[in-house]
Design a protein around this ligand. Sequence first.
Ligand SMILES: Cc1ncc(COP(=O)(O)O)c(C=O)c1O
Length: 390
Amino acid sequence: MKDKIVEKLIKAEEVRQKKVINLIASENYVSDDVLTALGSSLTNKYSEGYPGRRYYGGNVVIDQVESLARERALSLFKLDPKKWHVNVQPLSGSPANFAVYAALVPLGGKIMGLKLSSGGHLTHGQSVSMTGKIWKQVPYEVDPKTEMLNYKEIEKIAITEKPDIIVAGFTAYPRVVDFKKFAAIAKKVGALLMVDMSHFAGLVAGEEYPTPFKYADIVTTTVHKTLRGPRSAMIFVKKDKREMDKKIDKTIIPGLQGGPHNNQIAAVAIALKEASTPAFKKYAKQVIKNAQAFGLALEKKGWRVITGGTDSHLLLVDTWAGGKGLSGKEASDKLEKAGIIVNMNTIPQDPRGVMDPSGIRVGTAAETTRGAKEKDFVEIANKMDAILRK
Ligand SMILES: Cc1ncc(COP(=O)(O)O)c(C=O)c1O
């Protein structure tokens, strides 16, 4: 590289990534093929529009790249192209979610989403996000006792508030989601059901987590978490007389974006193919086995694991209760000094608040990609315990 300053920074980040134990639940390590596609000449091309309908000339190859990504996306999740459409142009998860609301929820309408403090994402209608300024969030929470979703309560809120769209699928919720129950509630109140499977998409692809596609009207996902692809996102939408597919496409371009990031779309296509292999299925299974072993080991050391465990790749750990008295930030800083990277996170009924919460979130997707097994996560748990008690 001619730019020695940037080259040095890239090298330094590579070294940092290799050196640490990465427990960030939303991160992963992509393949060399994905990196090659990201750094390819596809980034040079402008291609506003969709395959076969571009504003710019010279898109013979790009059309094939985008069509391939679409085909692979539908095929990975076993979707019939006559019944489902996918848009692979969203630049990331937040713009993808924004696009869904912009396309399908009237301005000022209601988005029913899980509260941030219960594990929801900013783009599920939180007041600090544009999704909570343009639309009104109808919040729901996890049950204070079980720390899990309480579908009876969710139904009550939906009946009272009559939201336009209900969002299921979260940022910091370790358990499986009952999409069938969500769909029944949405139907009862005439709302759309959107599942944001960003966190667990790879586990759905590996058939280790329930698929939302049987029940949702729209499914959004990032590609860069458990799905192990580049930073990017996709919107899957049912094809029917509501013409949501056309509305979503029009909202992405010309509504919100210009030219798609074609290097990123090629990298998505590669990641989708990788995720369709038996090796990836094995990976998804191992991710969950590791998270469960990790949770048990932390509990054995006396740490309170929210909901008592996990069905997915992530765990929430209470660092405050039981006389431990560590804020999530203090815990995260202590761990980082010792080479373990986590993020501070609210826990349900957090006594300390969103900006300085009482817990940490950890995940197994990244280290499992590097080959970690259950015994490695027991070791990590023991190491964390020793660091945090110092
Ligand atoms: C459930 C969920 N949706 C959307 C996003 C947003 O994705 P991005 O950071 O790519 O905008 C995230 C990111 O953490 C997420 O967890």
